[in-house]
Design a protein around this ligand. Structure first.
Ligand code: ADP
Ligand code: MG
Length: 442
């Protein structure tokens, strides 16, 4: 869709044209009309999809239009009408540059309120009338509490990269800021990931929002539950696979194997055990593959054991489980794999097996999807405790936290420091730094 069709203010459109922008990206095409109407917006779109303009263009248009129809009698110092919250200084400064670019013909005043900048300079800027404040939560609250910034005039509150704000522990700060803004403001929330915490934040901040989701990856869909099972060895993985193959909750499932040979042998195994299973891999002719997929659709095959390449583009609607017998090497493949379940609004469960050698792979997946995988255990098929696995003789005393019954879920991954029962976060996981709230999923 072209920007000229979007009812933007002519001066905003002019700035866009001068900047060489003509076509709106999908998130822009979806968000702009709703935002121009004054609706609250909850937009879920990945990095690089053009979210900045998706919120700034309508916000600036509304500001310009309202100034034309009823020029404010007096613009008050330190009282912005548009407030954009961003998690970091860098992101805030990118937004500020965009405000300058898209608003360059509007004669706006825009102020950055971020940490690390001398207070004196900020106070000087805030003592003048301002239209737009782009802020990181901590520094903004400082100024609000010192009565240097008045948020009671905010007409549009925007949260950019809201998921990162939560990751950084700004949840309460955001609540404080939103409470300082008028109740009848417009609120727009942009995030790359949607999970329960985000749903909670949206619930608190937004009123009857227009929901926009652009090219969601599987991992971003809250309706796929992701579980991790720690495994000792191949035999343990096979026993777990048979457990799930016979489990009443498992309807149709795709089992991912690392190689064609593994796919064949696991499928054969499952058939031997009486399951309707089949392999799908690149050594099969296209005709064979199509027939196998057709049998999966019609229910003649219930368990499909596949390799990554063969599984690309499998579109079968009612897959209840994806089981990663072997984890993919590449985090992106993980997302493609688990996307085979939870299709068309259905709930899905993704189960991954991981041995100690998979530690880095799990960390990569968690960073890529920005979600920690919850560790689950099957009673009777628990992994051996760490000390038994690596030492024949009892080794160092086990930490207190691993004594007694093991939690059935959210247990630590064995490579994590003992005693961290509260979160299965990858150590040093950048995306989780400061996430004091713990886990996204429980
Ligand atoms: P996000 O916030 O979703 O990660 P940005 O808003 O930072 O994405 O935009 C990513 C890049 O795409 C920026 O360089 C921006 O200038 C550019 N961009 C945004 N919208 C358009 C558009 N409609 N046409 C061309 N380029 C665009
Ligand atoms: Mg952005």
């Amino acid at each position: 869709m072209s920007f000229s069709e979007l009812a933007l203010h002519p001066l905003v459109l002019q700035a866009l044209t001068e900047g060489g922008y003509t076509e709106a990206t999908p998130v822009q095409a979806a968000a702009i009309p709703a935002a121009l109407e004054g609706r609250d917006v909850l937009a879920n779109a990945e990095t690089g999809t053009g979210k900045t303009a998706a919120f700034l263009l309508p916000a600036l248009t509304r500001l310009a239009l309202s100034n034309e129809s009823a020029p404010p009698l007096r613009r008050m110092p330190g009282a912005p009408r548009i407030l954009v919250l961003a998690p970091t200084r860098e992101l805030a400064s990118q937004v500020t540059q965009a405000v300058r670019k898209y608003g360059k013909h509007l004669r706006l005043s825009s102020v950055d309120v971020v940490g690390g900048m001398p207070y004196r300079d900020q106070l000087r800027l805030l003592s003048k009338p301002i239209d737009v404040v782009v802020a990181t939560p901590g520094r903004l609250i400082d100024h609000v509490q010192r009565n240097r910034i008045d948020l009671s005039t905010v007409e549009t509150l925007i949260l950019d990269e809201a998921d990162r704000m939560l990751d950084m522990g700004f949840s309460e700060a955001v609540d404080f800021i939103s409470a300082a803004c008028p109740v009848n403001r417009q609120t727009m929330l942009f995030t790359a990931t949607l999970d329960r915490r985000m749903a909670g934040l949206a619930e608190r901040l937004l009123r009857n929002p227009v929901r926009i989701a652009v090219e969601r990856t599987a991992a971003n869909q809250a309706r796929i539950e992701q579980r991790l099972h720690m495994t000792d060895d191949l035999g343990h993985k096979r026993r777990l696979l048979h457990h799930f193959a016979s489990h009443p909750d498992v309807g149709k499932a795709i089992v991912f194997a690392a190689t064609k040979r593994d796919a064949d042998s696991l499928a054969e195994d499952l058939v031997q055990a009486g399951h309707m299973a089949a392999a799908l891999h690149g050594d099969m002719s296209q005709g064979q593959r199509n027939r196998t997929l057709q049998r999966l659709r019609t229910g003649q095959v219930r368990l499909l054991v596949a390799t990554d390449v063969a599984a690309r583009g499998i579109d079968v609607k009612d897959i209840s489980h994806v089981i990663n017998f072997d984890l993919p090497r590449v985090a992106e493949d993980y997302v493609h794999r688990i996307g085979r379940t939870g299709r068309a609004g259905a709930e899905g469960i993704a189960i991954s097996f991981a041995g100690r050698a998979d530690r880095d792979t799990v960390t990569r997946i968690e960073r890529y999807t920005r979600e920690a995988l919850a560790v689950h255990v099957v009673p009777g098929l628990e992994p051996r405790p760490r000390s038994e696995r690596f030492n024949a003789a009892p080794a160092a005393p086990r930490p207190a936290s691993s004594r007694g019954p093991r939690p059935a879920a959210n247990a630590n991954k064995p490579w994590q420091k003992p005693g961290r029962t509260e979160g299965a976060r990858p150590e040093g996981g950048r995306a989780f730094a400061g996430n004091k709230g713990g886990r996204a999923f429980r």
